[in-house]
Design a protein around this ligand. Structure first.
Ligand code: ADP
Ligand code: TPW
Ligand code: MG
Length: 596
């Protein structure tokens, strides 16, 4: 694009902007209201008060006016990070997170996050400005020309375009309902440039806005489905409950805890369900995961899919003799999606409904006569747990130099224990896997990470959103590679002065930092980075605090100070470059060449 044309276009849109008094609340019946104001009022009317985005044609004025209207507008350095921020804001708040981008390239930058939201079942709305329909559809070469609606459709739960100002209310309402109802997901809302300066008569315009009533209606499970599930659980000798991030999203924390405690059934939290009950809960089977999955005879999934993260419910993880075989378990699956059951293995008792209603119905069916699971099952788990925890404690107590993942994360573990309100963001491979298993969580929705795709790049976007929507301290434990995907947002963290403490587990590379170019040539291995990179200077560049640490004591002091001061802080923790394994704990998914 050429900058002069771009500037002219912005000037033109500024001219078309109606005088402020015509958009004000007190405007008389003769007054007009424009598309900008209708979009803003439609969002406000529905309680959407925070926008994550990046300005430019045709949404520059929209970002200004959103702020002028009292909304929080968090402006990012790259749309993908704004998108991830919106997606996790949706997860944390049960309101669709809104991401606002410019046309074609900005839209595409945001699209990864929209697809991520859909994949992870997070409610999000990506609003993108778009170019002139008539020109786009004839492919005549408009500024940032692209048929965005068509491209978004397969990646979104739903996609809508609004062409007329009087339809903005309906467009926003449909986007909200689509994002929140049933299984949540990402929704695309296409707002062409021409829509914004369009005006309609003010009173009629405001009348056209819709305040969505009951956007995520309760879905009560059928009584016979609940009974079937309870009967199956009662018949179990070795029952297990698996909590997924759908259970965390549902905000039915007290009922879920009651179900676990009333039944006495051991449970495993998936990564983002950690903390729904404190990880130190005696019924947690996390430390005996590889024992309980193959041994359980009845497994109840609550808001967790039997996807790759659970080895698709089959194979050796589940005690089968072959890699695709069935382990013999019977499954109960509690999920809002009626299509989820049987996706991988037979589900003997699907319970379809929202988790709050389903868990309440299950609880209602558990009477005083409920038998706790057989004690040999519970004691076998307790014994494994005890052994594994003792083994882990031994590793954590070691103090090697350079630091190991474990000796560094032992510090993070203590800091999170002392600050259970803090939100922990986590990405990387080894940096992810070690953190997940070492750092206990104590409260629901405090751990947010790479999710269903194992995606790198969510780090700073998630950190910013978590700080903005929860107001709590954020601790982001980042692989050095993972951090690089969103590192420039350290500026955003400093600009908004957010209480984010980034800890980089710096092992000089992807998985490890000790690989070499097998040819002996000058290019480094594709898996390594500049040795001893000083990432902390990035935070210093924008006025935040940077600390370079080589020992657990230094790390502890730096984290304590970050949390005390609440200042944007980046701690560059030097980790043994040979301490990781390829792909972390999912090495088995990595195809490798027969001859190296
Ligand atoms: P994890 O990765 O933690 O195993 P998944 O993302 O695989 O979790 O599964 C989340 C599941 O939760 C999805 O199948 C989704 O349909 C379901 N879900 C999300 N929100 C709700 C809700 N409010 N009630 C019931 N099920 C829900
Ligand atoms: C969007 C592939 C998985 S994990 C990882 C990559 C590049 C980085 C691992 O190195 P890091 O962690 O972060 O330094 P550590 O502790 O093991 O050294 N692109 C995307 N997503 C994924 N998952 C990848 C690439 C990958
Ligand atoms: Mg690394």
């Amino acid at each position: 694009m050429d900058n002069v044309t771009a500037t002219r276009k912005e000037a033109a849109s500024a001219v078309a902007r109606p005088a402020p008094e015509t958009t004000g609340r007190d405007a008389g019946a003769q007054q007009e209201i424009d598309g900008f104001s209708l979009v803003i009022e439609a969002l406000k009317l529905n309680g959407l008060d925070t926008i994550f985005g990046l300005p430019g044609i045709p949404i520059t004025d929209l970002t200004r006016k959103l702020q002028a209207a009292g909304m929080r507008v968090i402006s990012f350095r790259h749309e993908q990070n704004a998108g991830y921020a919106a997606s996790i804001a949706g997860f944390l708040t049960q309101k669709p997170g809104v991401c606002l981008t410019v046309s074609a390239p900005g839209f595409l930058n945001g699209l990864t996050a929209l697809a991520h939201a859909t994949t992870n079942c997070f409610p999000m709305i990506l609003i993108s400005g778009s170019s002139e329909r008539e020109v786009v559809d004839l492919q005549q070469g408009d500024y940032e020309e692209m048929d965005q609606l068509a491209i978004a459709k397969p990646l979104a739960k739903a996609a809508f375009r609004v062409l007329h100002a009087e339809d903005i209310g309906v467009g926003v309402a449909r986007a909200i309902r689509a994002a929140l109802s049933g299984r949540p997901g990402g929704v695309y809302l296409d707002l062409p440039a021409k829509l914004f300066p369009q005006t309609v008569e003010a009173e009629a315009g405001r009348q056209s806005l819709i305040k969505v009533v009951d956007a995520a209606p309760r879905q009560i499970p059928a009584q016979d489905a609940v009974k079937r599930a309870l009967d199956l659980l009662k018949s179990a000798r070795r029952p297990l409950i698996i909590l997924g991030k759908g259970a965390a999203y549902a905000q039915a924390d007290a009922d879920i805890r009651a179900l676990i405690e009333k039944t006495g059934i051991p449970y495993l939290p998936m990564s983002m369900a950690k903390g729904l009950l404190p990880d130190t809960h005696e019924q947690s089977a996390s430390a005996a995961r590889s024992y309980v999955l193959p041994e359980a005879d009845v497994v109840m999934l609550i808001g967790a899919r039997l996807n790759w993260l659970l080895s698709n419910g089959k194979g050796k993880t589940w005690g089968a003799k072959t890699s695709k075989g069935w382990g013999g378990q019977k499954f109960v699956q509690v999920d809002i999606s009626p299509q989820e059951a049987d996706s991988n293995v037979r589900i003997d008792a699907p319970v379809v409904g929202d988790i709050g209603s389903c868990v309440a119905a299950l609880n209602a069916g558990i009477d005083a006569g409920w038998q706790k699971p057989p004690s040999d099952w519970l004691s076998a788990i307790a014994e494994r747990k005890g052994r594994n925890v003792a083994k882990m404690a031994e590793t954590l107590a070691k103090n090697p130099s350079p630091m190991s993942f474990q000796s560094a994360l032992n510090v993070v573990r203590d800091i999170v224990k002392a600050n259970p309100d803090a939100v922990l963001v986590n990405e990387g491979a080894n940096a992810l896997d070690f953190t997940r298993s070492i750092v206990d969580m104590y409260q629901p929705r405090k751990r947010i990470d790479v999710g269903t795709w194992g995606i790198m790049g969510i780090g700073m976007g998630y950190s910013i959103a978590a700080a903005v929507v929860t107001g709590q301290q954020v601790i982001a434990v980042e692989g050095d590679s993972a951090f690089g995907f969103s590192g420039m947002e350290t500026e955003t963290i400093c600009r908004y002065n957010l209480p984010v403490c980034v800890v980089i587990m710096n092992n000089n590379g992807v998985y490890r930092g000790d690989e070499v170019n097998p040819t002996g040539g000058r290019d480094p291995s594709p898996l390594v980075f500049v040795k001893d990179a000083r990432y902390e200077k990035l935070m210093e560049a924008f006025g935040g605090v940077g600390v370079h640490v080589k020992t657990p004591d230094e790390l502890r002091r730096a984290m304590e100070e970050a949390i005390r001061s609440k200042r944007p802080t980046l701690i560059n923790a030097v980790i043994d470059e040979g301490g990781g394994t390829e792909s972390g704990r999912i090495t088995s998914l990595n195809p490798t060449a027969k001859s190296k």
